[in-house]
Design a protein around this ligand. Structure first.
Ligand code: 23J
Ligand code: MN
Length: 259
């Protein structure tokens, strides 16, 4: 008798043969948010207020209101986030088909390179070398750039700001084009505050990960954690943002199934 794929998955989850790895950072008042030049509007970080806590305002219940920018902490970038994706169909959070919220992950380990050079940029050549070892990135995969940046404690170390802006790793414009158009990825995910490198405002085009990924209907995941617990291939990522009407992005719980 053959058991169905999902019955096998249920058994494997229960036995621990398939693990659930949480790729999410804690979300709270200390969660660092991107620090744009002061000529641009700042995105508010996370804050909350108590509605009631088993008191006069609600004797048997505790709940809070929350306020935060859509792009705070571990979060999802929808195509509409960038002007290049503004006219695409189904570009907002409420329109993304559910099947795109689950997909395989290719994890490219750049942790040594990012430690040696905080401005390390992933290139097509680096991706091709990864493919030599692990196989071709399949269409519809998340490409997750492991840098171990999530291990940095505190806002200053995480954002790594200097006089000339932030110094954090990312992608070359050519690499983003390669992943989008030669590999048809679902999107890119990173451990840093945004999918673009800290110095990406100076690139051509500026912010290439946002410009090209969102401009081609693809997604982003930022402030991921625990990428060091994923195999290079074989994990399945569940990344389902809130269904905010007209939303450009949202914090989310990102989970990986690892066999
Ligand atoms: C707005 C402007 C520039 C960037 C970003 C947002 C993000 O990284 C984001 O969270 O989408 S680089
Ligand atoms: Mn974002």
């Amino acid at each position: 008798m053959s058991t169905s794929l999902l019955t096998q998955l249920a058994d494997a989850l229960r036995s621990g043969a398939v693990k659930v790895v949480d790729l999410t950072q804690p979300l709270g008042p200390d969660t660092p948010v991107i620090d744009l030049p002061p000529i641009f509007a700042a995105s508010p970080g996370f804050s909350s207020e108590v509605i009631s806590r088993y008191d006069d305002k609600g004797p048997a219940w505790y709940w809070n209101t929350i306020r935060l920018g859509e792009h705070t902490g571990t979060h999802f970038d929808a195509p509409v986030h960038w002007i290049t994706g503004a006219q695409l169909p189904d570009n907002t959070l409420d329109k993304i088909p559910a099947r795109k919220l689950v997909g395989p992950a290719c994890v490219i380990d750049c942790s040594r390179e990012a430690a040696a050079d905080n401005d390390f940029l992933l290139t097509p050549e680096f991706v091709l070398a990864w493919e030599e070892q692990h196989g071709k990135i399949p269409p519809g995969a998340w490409v997750l750039m492991r840098t171990d940046w999530s291990k940095r404690q505190g806002r200053d170390a995480f954002l790594n700001m200097r006089e000339d802006g932030s110094h954090t790793p990312g992608f070359t414009p050519d690499c983003v084009r390669f992943l989008a158009f030669e590999r048809d990825v679902l999107g890119v995910g990173v451990e840093c505050v945004g999918t673009d490198a800290g110095q990406a405002a100076t690139f051509d085009p500026p912010f290439p990960a946002h410009n090209i990924m969102q401009g081609s209907g693809r997604f982003g995941l930022a402030s991921l954690a625990n990428l060091d617990q994923l195999p290079p291939t074989g994990a399945i990522v569940i990344a389902a943002p809130l269904k905010i009407v007209d939303g450009s992005g949202s914090p989310l719980r990102v989970l990986a199934l690892v066999g």
